[in-house]
Design a protein around this ligand. Structure first.
Ligand code: HEC
Length: 181
C-alpha cells in the first residue's frame, strides 16, 4: 500500500515537472506583444471566430482567411461599413495567411500549406487616436522553430499598415467585405 502511494506521488511530481518545464520552455504565442504594445492574447480564441471571407494573393502564392469577433460580425450584418456608419469599439478582425500548394489528389485545387503569419486590427477610438481608432498587430510565423515573432523593428511598423489601409478610408479602413453565403 505504502509503495503504491509513493509511486503515485512520484508520478504526480514527474507530471508537474514536465508541465512546469514546458510552460517555461515554450511560453507560447499568447505571451507575445507587438512593438506597439498590442498583445497576441487580445485575440485569444480567434481560431474559432467566424469567417468574414477568404482571399488570395497571386504575387506571393498566399491564401488567407479573414475572421472577425462577434462584435464585428454583428456590425457587418447590419451593413457596416457600406451604410456610412463606422465599426464600433471592440471590433476585431484577424487575417491568417499560409503559403499555398496544389492539392495532391486534385491539382486544380489549391490549399493552405505552411502558416506564414497572423495579424489583426482592433477598434478602440480612445486607445488608437492617431490611426483613426484602429490598432494594428502582426506576428510572423517561423515553421522551422514553430514560433511567432512580432513584426518590424519598433512601433513605427504601424505607419506601413495604416498608410495602405487608408486606401479604403471610406470603408472605415477595412478592405474585406462580407460576401453572401
Ligand atoms: C500594401 C498594402 C497593405 C499593407 C502595408 C497592409 N495591409 Fe492589411 N490588407 C491589405 C489588403 C489589400 C487587405 C485585403 C484582404 C487581403 O488582401 O487578404 C488587407 C487586409 C487586412 C486585414 C483583414 C481586414 C481588412 O482590412 O480586410 C488585416 C487584419 C490586416 N490587413 C492587417 C494588417 C496589418 C497588421 C498590417 C501592418 C503590419 C497591414 N495589414 C498592412 C493591404 C495591406
Amino acid at each position: 500500500m505504502k509503495k503504491i502511494i509513493i509511486s503515485a506521488i512520484l508520478v504526480f511530481v514527474a507530471v508537474l515537472m514536465v508541465w512546469g518545464y514546458r510552460s517555461i520552455a515554450a511560453p507560447g504565442k499568447y505571451s507575445l506583444k507587438a512593438h506597439n504594445g498590442i498583445s497576441f492574447s487580445e485575440i485569444k480564441g480567434y481560431e474559432t471566430w467566424q469567417t468574414v471571407a477568404v482571399s488570395r494573393r497571386t504575387d506571393n502564392n498566399e491564401l488567407r482567411v479573414i475572421l472577425a469577433n462577434p462584435t464585428m460580425i454583428k456590425a457587418y450584418k447590419k451593413g457596416i461599413p457600406g451604410n456610412d456608419k463606422l465599426f464600433p469599439d471592440k471590433s476585431i478582425i484577424v487575417k491568417i495567411a499560409w503559403s499555398e500548394r496544389q492539392n495532391a489528389d486534385f491539382p486544380a485545387a489549391y490549399e493552405p500549406d505552411v502558416l506564414r503569419r497572423v495579424e489583426f486590427i482592433i477598434k478602440d477610438s480612445k486607445r488608437f487616436p492617431n490611426t483613426s481608432g484602429w490598432g494594428y498587430a502582426r506576428f510572423v510565423y517561423d515553421a522551422k522553430t514553430s514560433t511567432f515573432t512580432p513584426y518590424g523593428k519598433d512601433a513605427s511598423f504601424v505607419q506601413e499598415c495604416y498608410e495602405c489601409h487608408t486606401t479604403v478610408k471610406q470603408k472605415d479602413f477595412i478592405f474585406t467585405n462580407y460576401p453572401q453565403r
